[in-house]
Write a protein that binds this ligand. Structure first.
Ligand SMILES: [Zn+2]
Ligand SMILES: [Zn+2]
Length: 109
């Protein structure tokens, strides 16, 4: 039993290329059932997280707290930051930064 990360509806399991995948009937969101060390899937995850940041940033970034950290792009020493739980619940939340000067965004590893 698996629920959609986006809308919380029950997801439908399906076999695809020998792996289980889950599709949300309501919003169409697709999730891989198994964890895999495959680079392709990790890259896909990072890509999804970047999209989330962009959406959040448009409305609310200015309200996030600031911290002293060096921006890798412009060497500015201050950035907004916030925590976000990644898709896998057993991973710790990831801290994201956005430079107050150039707007560059990155995540803490
Ligand atoms: Zn959904
Ligand atoms: Zn910067």
């Amino acid at each position: 039993m698996k629920f959609c990360d986006k809308c919380g509806n029950l997801m439908i399991p399906e076999k695809s290329k020998g792996k289980m995948k889950y599709t949300c009937r309501k919003c169409g969101y697709v999730s891989r059932g198994e964890k895999s060390a495959s680079t392709a899937i990790i890259e896909e995850k990072i890509h999804e997280e970047k999209k989330v940041i962009v959406m959040d940033e448009a409305e609310t970034f200015k309200e996030y707290p600031k911290t002293r950290i060096i921006c890798p792009e412009c060497d500015n020493n201050e950035a907004y930051w916030y925590m976000q739980q990644t898709r896998a619940a057993d991973e710790p939340p990831t801290r994201f930064y956005s430079c107050t000067k150039c707007g560059h965004k990155w995540r803490e590893y």
